[in-house]
Each structure stands twice: as structure tokens, then as C-alpha cells.
Design a binder for this molecule. Structure first.
Ligand code: NAD
Length: 501
């Protein structure tokens, strides 16, 4: 691997301006852009330079945002679905029209290679708004024939259900894929007729705020979308506990997920949780290794492993273990690290020095516990935020590096001999977010996809996303689903109407 690639100048005026002087951002409450009493720096993790100053919202700011969302709710819920759909479609068009700028902002704010934002995540965000624009006009209840026998003589019963928006939604999202994860909450919530207070992650609020501008331009009425930025412990916690919020749609760590469940108890909010993972990648003896080796490498090293579904535990059959570990090590070592704006960069930095330190800590602990670092494990760059892609072998299943989510470019490889054992090993985790199976055997693929405890199982691929495919976890990876028709249910209630006729 060569030295870190340097930054190259962005093309959009906004991104260029940020590199010059930090841009002062405001938060969106009731259709008005407002300052907060205090602020936080937003840092380009590759250079350590402050690129934006974002409001550090207080509990009072959260209160104003919730009031604005409450006030806007009846009007938005009553807006004809076709009109909501038109607005969502316009948001998607505006994302597309500003795709180069949004990708550059995401790279500067989060660190990811430009091509990840430009070709996967920002189009993915637009795709979410288009998919749920379609769903807005397809919301329907049912007619039911109840078997109630005690109705007045000579009368009959008729019953039907209505689908109604749950109300004000608090959408709280993490820093790894900021815009697309935001879109996964906002698009179904708005399609359902809910109003939203969005709390982006403190490290990566810039594209959410830009999306707020585009949503206003698209015609989203004032108060339907509100954006408060700032610290999780302050504004996030205030939102999760606020009695004016009906539902929390959360994506983030399992630890914060638990805090959200606790905070939501006061008014028994509905809660959906998209949490962490430790997803297995299972390579069978008959796998096409030309597909499986780069596939397994991409499953962990894409976006620097800062992906909830990252394939961080590889289980490789003994008969192909040596070839696979050699191939994975070579793939890792060949990845070019550098500033995300440089077109030659395969992998950018971790989102922050804090995260890089955390990831390096896992690798050091594993080494101290006797694991072999086949490649990588180094902190690089002046800001120390780059972690070289790491392959770890000779681990035992109880090691922390096998059990806990690292959320970085660290792959743990284990060998197995028996398919029954590998299913048990893969399921021996508190998490159950995703898994991939690499095999040419149709029956093994079908069987394992049923036996693996995970919200998503990929066969001969990993990290394939589409707005139509539900994503979410079982066990401590959370409950509820983002994306797909299933996601709309998170934002709708059933109302039963029962009549004597
Ligand atoms: P995090 O839990 O630290 O933070 C997520 C969000 O919660 C941020 O906006 C943060 O400000 C806010 N927050 C923090 N403390 C809070 C509190 N007490 N009350 C309310 N809000 C609070 O997670 P992170 O470090 O930003 O993101 C990484 C995690 O997200 C990983 O565990 C990853 O697996 C998970 N993730 C899951 C999915 C999924 O779909 N399952 C997708 C992406 C990321």
C-alpha cells in the first residue's frame, strides 16, 4: 500500500467554501433557520480541519422543534396522498440535481470516498424518496366481516380498518452513512403523513442540513420537517424523552438503543431500533473463490467497515482456508487509503480520532490476547484517523474482537470443518443484523439462509441495498425495519371501525 493520497479540490462552490472558512450552519425549526445558544465544530476527519460550525441544540430548542412538528401534523396528515407523493418525488429530483455537491459535502464531513457517496449513498437517498412517494398513494385498510353474534336482532355487523399516521416522529441517525440513513427515516414517515424532528449525528450533520434546504425548496410545508443538530446526550436524549413525540425511529449503537427505550417509557412512544451487528460471512468449500474473496473483502472494507451490516466475522471451510486468508490479506494490503476527495482513494479515514482510537484499541487487545494480525492494524495520517485494513486470524470465539462490533476495517477470520458447527458459531452472537453465504450449492444456500439468525441473508453477495428491500435486525440488532413496504408500517397505526348496520 502506498502513502495516504492527498486531498484534491472539490468542484462545488459550497464544498470549496467550507475548505476555505468553516461554514456557519443553522437548524431548521418550523420552516425557519435558527441559531442555537452554543455550537459544535464539524471536522473533516482526514485533515482534522473544521469545515462547519453546527448548532448544539438545547432541550428548549428540541421543545420548539417538537411544538412545530405537532402544529404541522394535522395539516400534513390531511394532505392528499398524491400531493405528499409529488413533494417526495420533488425531493428526490432535487437530490439528483445536487448529487455532486451532496457527495462532496458527505466526503468532507464523514470522510468516505467520493465514489461511495456519488454512486451508492446519495442516489440511494433519492431512491428512498421515490420508493415511498409511490407508497404514499398505496396506503390502504381492510374490510372485515366479524362473527359477532350479539348484535341487535335483525341487524348485521360491518367493520373496516383505517391506516393513520402515528403522529410526530423523532428520527435519530448515526454518522456512518448520514444522508441515506436519514432518507430511510424521513421518506416513509412523510409518506405516511407523519411530521418529523430529525437529529443527525453530531459528527455528520452537514448533508442533513443541506437536505433540509432542498426539502423546503421541494415544497415541504413549514414544521413538517424540523432538524435539530447537536449532542446525543442533550438534544437526542431530550427528543427521546419528549412527551410531544409519538414515535422514535432510531439508527445507531445498541447501547444508545437501550437508552432510547428507557427514555421513551414516559408516554410509551413507539420505538423502532436499527442497531449494531457482527455479521458473519460464511464461505463454503464449493464457493467460487474468485467471487467470494473480493466479496468478503468488500463486505468489511467498504466505507472503512463503518457499515452496520459489515461482514466482520468470516467463517472459512478448512479445505479453502489457506487460499482465502491469503487472498483476503492481499486484497486488504492493496487498498489505497487517502482523502475521500481523491479519485484514487479506496478507503478514507474513520469518522473521528475517537473512533480510530476505539478501532485500534480492539486490534491491540486482540493481539495481546494472542490473535495474529495478518495485515493492517496501524493508525496512519497526521490526525491519526486512518486505520489500515486489518485481517485478524488465530482467534478464539470468546475474544472481544470476535464478539463485539468494532465498526472499522477489521475482519476476523475463523476456520470450520462442519456446516452444523458453522451455523452454531455464526449464531453465537448477541447480534443478528445480516449474514452472507458463499456457495454454488442451491440447497446449502437455502438451508443456511433459514438457519442463520439475521434480518438479512445475502447469497454470493453482501451489502446489497435497495429501497424495496427491508433492512433491520433480530436479537440485539434491534426491531422494526427500514426500507421496503415493511418500513411504512413503522409510521402507521391501525384504527378499527365497527358498525351495526
Ligand atoms: P450512536 O448510538 O452513538 O449515535 C447514534 C445517534 O444517537 C446520534 O445521532 C447520537 O447523537 C444519538 N444519541 C447518542 N446518545 C443518545 C441518547 N442518549 N439519546 C438519544 N440519542 C442519542 O451510534 P453511532 O456511533 O453514531 O453509529 C454507529 C452505530 O450505528 C453502530 O453500532 C452501527 O452498527 C449502528 N448502525 C446501525 C444501522 C442499522 O441499520 N442497523 C445502520 C447504520 C449504523
Amino acid at each position: 500500500m502506498s502513502d495516504l493520497l492527498e486531498i484534491v479540490a472539490p468542484k462545488s462552490a459550497r464544498a470549496l467554501a467550507m475548505m476555505d472558512v468553516p461554514v456557519q450552519c443553522a437548524m431548521l425549526i418550523g420552516g425557519v433557520w435558527r441559531e442555537a445558544a452554543s455550537s459544535l465544530p464539524s471536522i473533516d476527519p482526514a485533515t482534522g480541519k473544521t469545515i462547519a460550525i453546527i448548532p448544539d441544540a438545547s432541550a428548549q430548542d428540541v421543545d420548539s422543534a417538537v411544538s412545530a412538528a405537532r402544529a404541522a401534523f394535522p395539516g400534513w396528515a390531511a394532505t392528499p396522498p398524491a400531493e405528499r407523493a409529488r413533494i417526495l418525488w420533488r425531493i428526490a429530483d432535487l437530490i439528483d440535481a445536487n448529487i455532486d455537491e451532496l457527495a462532496e459535502l458527505e466526503t468532507l464531513d464523514q470522510g468516505k470516498p467520493l465514489h461511495v457517496g456519488r454512486w451508492a449513498e446519495i442516489p440511494g437517498a433519492a431512491g428512498q424518496f421515490r420508493f415511498f412517494a409511490g407508497q404514499a398513494t398505496a396506503i390502504e385498510g381492510r374490510t372485515i366481516t366479524p362473527s359477532i353474534t350479539y348484535q341487535p336482532q335483525g341487524k348485521q355487523m360491518a367493520a373496516w380498518t383505517l391506516r393513520e399516521p402515528v403522529g410526530v416522529v423523532a428520527a435519530i441517525v448515526p454518522w456512518n452513512s448520514p444522508l441515506v440513513l436519514t432518507a430511510m427515516k424521513l421518506a416513509p414517515a412523510l409518506a405516511a403523513g407523519c411530521t418529523v424532528v430529525l437529529k443527525p449525528a453530531e459528527d455528520t450533520s452537514v448533508t442533513a442540513l443541506r437536505l433540509g434546504e432542498l426539502m423546503m425548496e421541494a415544497g415541504v410545508p413549514a414544521g413538517v420537517i424540523n432538524i435539530v443538530t447537536g449532542r446525543g446526550a442533550i438534544s437526542g436524549a431530550a427528543l427521546a424523552a419528549h412527551p410531544g413525540v409519538d414515535k422514535v425511529a432510531f439508527t445507531g449503537s445498541t447501547t444508545t438503543g437501550r437508552a432510547i427505550v428507557d427514555a421513551s417509557k414516559g408516554n410509551l412512544k413507539r420505538v423502532t431500533l436499527e442497531l449494531g451487528g457482527k455479521s458473519p460471512v460464511i464461505i463454503l468449500p464449493d464457493a467460487d473463490l474468485d467471487l467470494a474473496i473480493p466479496g468478503a473483502a468488500n463486505a468489511i472494507f467498504f466505507n472503512g467497515g463503518q457499515v452496520c451490516v459489515a461482514g466482520s466475522r468470516a467463517y472459512v471451510h478448512s479445505s479453502v482456508y489457506d487460499r482465502v486468508i491469503e487472498g483476503l490479506t492481499a486484497q486488504a494490503a492493496a487498498l489505497q487509503l487517502g482523502h475521500g476527495l481523491n479519485p484514487g482513494t479506496h478507503m478514507g479515514p474513520m469518522v473521528s480520532a475517537r473512533q480510530a482510537e476505539r478501532v485500534a484499541g480492539f486490534v491491540n487487545d486482540a493481539q495481546s490476547a494472542g490473535a495474529s494480525i495478518m495485515t493492517g492494524g496501524k493508525r496512519l495520517g497526521a490526525a491519526g484517523t486512518f486505520i489500515s485494513p486489518t485481517v485478524v486470524a488465530n482467534v478464539d470465539p470468546d475474544m472481544t474482537i470476535v464478539r463485539e462490533e468494532v465498526f472499522g476495517p477489521v475482519l476476523v477470520v475463523q476456520r470450520y470443518d462442519d456446516l452444523g458447527d458453522v451455523v452454531a458459531a455464526a449464531n453465537d452472537s448477541v447480534f443478528g443484523l445480516a449474514a452472507s453465504i458463499w456457495t454454488e450449492s442451491l440447497s446449502a444456500a437455502h438451508r443456511l439462509s433459514r438457519e442463520i439468525q439475521a434480518g438479512t441473508v445475502w447469497i454470493n453477495c453482501h451489502s446489497m441495498f435497495d429501497p424495496s428491500l427491508p433492512i433491520g435486525g433480530v436479537k440485539q440488532s434491534g426491531y422494526g425495519r427500514d426500507s421496503g413496504i415493511a418500513a411504512l408500517d413503522n409510521y402507521l397505526d391501525w384504527k378499527t371501525v365497527c358498525a351495526v348496520i
